[in-house]
Write a protein that binds this ligand. Structure first.
Ligand code: SF4
Ligand code: SF4
Length: 255
């Protein structure tokens, strides 16, 4: 039986695409972005997260923690069990909501992702994917309503320094996707201390007809609490100020 490793399921999400959505976070990512706001989704295996502020010192760790101080992130799901969770929200999806498969990198578990998209479609539920575009999977892309894809840094060496991988393959996948009949929402997380060359990214994306929207997402330090729970150091980045975002937003577009 095909199973998927899932980090989390967020119900009634309103920021992962159109309408009201259920976001399913796949565990595991081939990138390792230094600012990742879902660091618990990078590793492919289950991981213990520890939140000391929630510990009541009961000393019963061996029996399982009921205060939420020790939690295991990562659970294997079969399609039927995950569908049960998704169907709880079906009444809220209406015409433009649905399910967003996110992560981590959902395309790193292609067989399970494909199965889940088919299951959703059988129920009349629309699907989208949030991806780094490190992988290209035409069979999956053709089944989706839209794709949210990141283009993080223009220069490939800097991309590798901050994400662990060069960006040629990602650039190439944007171009390959442009031949399909699918809408792409492209995004760049804005990290002030990193030279991302947003003007060049924007120019490149403007030449791709399938990119219907280009959004700039300000870095937020919310990943640091999860990094601490995983025993990692803080990422050390700072939020961009309003002026900086205003200046860069001239490169965002909708069409
Ligand atoms: S079970 Fe949870 S609350 Fe109790 S001591 Fe262990 S971590 Fe703390
Ligand atoms: S691609 Fe996304 S999930 Fe993967 S490491 Fe980067 S920010 Fe995190």
């Amino acid at each position: 039986m095909i199973k998927g490793m899932i980090a989390d399921i967020e119900r009634a999400a309103t920021h992962d695409g159109s309408g009201i959505r259920t976001t399913v976070f796949f565990k595991g990512c081939p990138l390792n972005c230094r600012w990742c706001h879902n660091p618990e989704c990078i590793g492919f295996k289950p991981q213990m997260m520890y939140y000391p502020e929630k510990c009541i010192g009961c000393g019963k760790c061996d029996e399982g923690c009921f205060s939420g101080a020790r939690v295991i992130c990562g659970k294997e799901y079969d399609a039927q069990t995950l569908m049960k969770e998704i169907l709880l929200d079906k009444d809220y999806y209406r015409e433009n909501g649905g399910v967003t498969f996110s992560g981590g990198e959902p395309l790193a578990q292609p067989e399970f992702l494909k199965l889940m998209i088919d299951e959703c479609k059988n129920e009349g539920i629309g699907c989208a994917v949030e991806t780094s575009l490190f992988y290209y999977n035409e069979e999956i892309f053709k089944k989706l309503d839209f794709i949210m894809a990141d283009f993080k840094i223009w220069d490939s060496d800097i991309h590798k320094e901050y994400t662990g991988v060069p960006n040629e393959r990602i650039k190439e996948n944007f171009v390959r996707m442009n031949k399909l009949d699918i809408s792409i929402i492209a995004r760049t997380p804005i990290i002030p201390s990193v030279n991302q060359e947003i003007d060049k990214i924007s120019g490149f994306l403007k030449n791709l007809k399938n990119v219907k929207q280009y959004e700039l997402l300000p870095y937020h330090p919310m990943g640091n609490a999860k990094r601490a729970a995983l025993g990692m150091e803080p990422d050390g980045f700072k939020e961009p100020d309003r002026e900086y975002m205003k200046e860069l937003n001239k490169y965002a577009f909708v069409r």
